[in-house]
Design a binder for this molecule. Structure first.
Ligand SMILES: Nc1nc2c(ncn2[C@@H]2O[C@H](COP(=O)(O)OP(=O)(O)OP(=O)(O)O)[C@@H](O)[C@H]2O)c(=O)[nH]1
Ligand SMILES: [Mg+2]
Ligand SMILES: [Zn+2]
Length: 261
């Protein structure tokens, strides 16, 4: 293995150590962390705003941290929900790391928080390789993005505890083929649940919040093949007909497990 690959592995291993410590600490405080991953513009902020507002209505103490390279736009939008919200600016980094999450929580996270939502930087590639110590990893995809995205981003979709389809109000206009989308999700992550949502109408918002609260109470209902959890090293590889893993072309992408085919 070349030296730069060694360095990348060391960076990821260090992140994993920090994430494990953060998970243990937050678990101990009764905080479930939800890591939201999607490409830019899939509707993370719009949907999260609805989920936060619903949680506030239901009396669930939630908080949100949102990461971007620039602007405080998303924090301003999310703050309308009434939940505590914090913007993280990543200094040019295209993903969040456990150390950043750790440093932004210190002195900020309210003591009674039950669920901390983390909106990752809009990017389906490298955020997938960084465990944030989350309880639940949710990967979102808008119905306008194309049904093949689970196959093109197998690390993100293969590491999700839950997959969320967003903007379902646009499904007909986009010619969204839901059966093909679900089949593609199943190829990289057999058994994972997919929730349909629409931030415009509020469809799926309560279902999503219910899944999050259930995971807080009893742990994730599903174990993905590329689980971002400490046990991920002994995880099963993707299903036999899953596509071969993406090459490690991104500067900080974790190597993919070999395809069984
Ligand atoms: N029609 C429709 N539009 C939506 C829906 N959800 C979000 N949008 C729109 O999609 C655009 C992007 O939504 P955002 O919530 O900003 O997406 P995001 O994933 O947070 O984007 P980044 O933070 O930049 O990665 C905005 O113009 C939203 O108003 C939806 O359910 N239906
Ligand atoms: Mg956003
Ligand atoms: Zn990155």
């Amino acid at each position: 293995m070349c030296r730069s690959a060694d360095v990348k592995q060391a960076v990821l291993a260090h992140n994993d150590d920090l994430a494990r410590a953060l998970r243990a600490e937050l678990d101990g405080r009764g905080v479930a962390v939800v890591n939201l991953l999607s490409s830019p513009g899939s509707g993370k902020t719009e949907l999260l705003g609805r989920v936060l507002a619903r949680a506030v209505e239901r009396g669930v103490p939630v908080a949100a941290l949102t990461a971007d390279l620039a602007t405080e736009n998303d924090a301003s939008r999310l703050a309308r929900s009434g939940a505590p919200v914090r913007q993280v600016l990543t200094d040019g980094l295209c993903h969040l790391e456990a150390r950043q999450l750790r440093s932004h929580l210190t002195g900020w996270l309210p003591g009674d928080t039950a669920v901390l939502f983390v909106e990752n930087v809009g990017n389906l590639v490298c955020p997938a390789s960084y465990d944030l110590g989350e309880t639940l990893r949710i990967v979102l995809m808008a119905v306008t993005e194309g049904e093949d995205k689970p196959l093109k981003y197998p690390t993100a979709f293969g590491s999700a505890h839950l997959v969320v389809a967003t903007k379902t109000d646009l499904a007909a206009a986009a010619g969204f083929d839901e059966d093909t989308f679900l089949a593609n999700v199943r190829r990289v992550n057999p058994g994972v649940e997919t929730v349909r949502t629409c931030a415009r109408t509020g469809d799926g918002v309560d279902t999503l919040l219910d899944r999050v609260l259930a995971a807080r109470a009893t742990g994730p209902a599903h174990r993905p093949p590329l689980a971002p959890h400490p046990h991920s090293h002994d995880a099963e590889p993707p299903a036999a007909d899953a596509p071969a893993g993406t090459p490690a072309h991104a500067p900080h992408t974790r190597p993919q497990p070999a395809s069984a085919s």
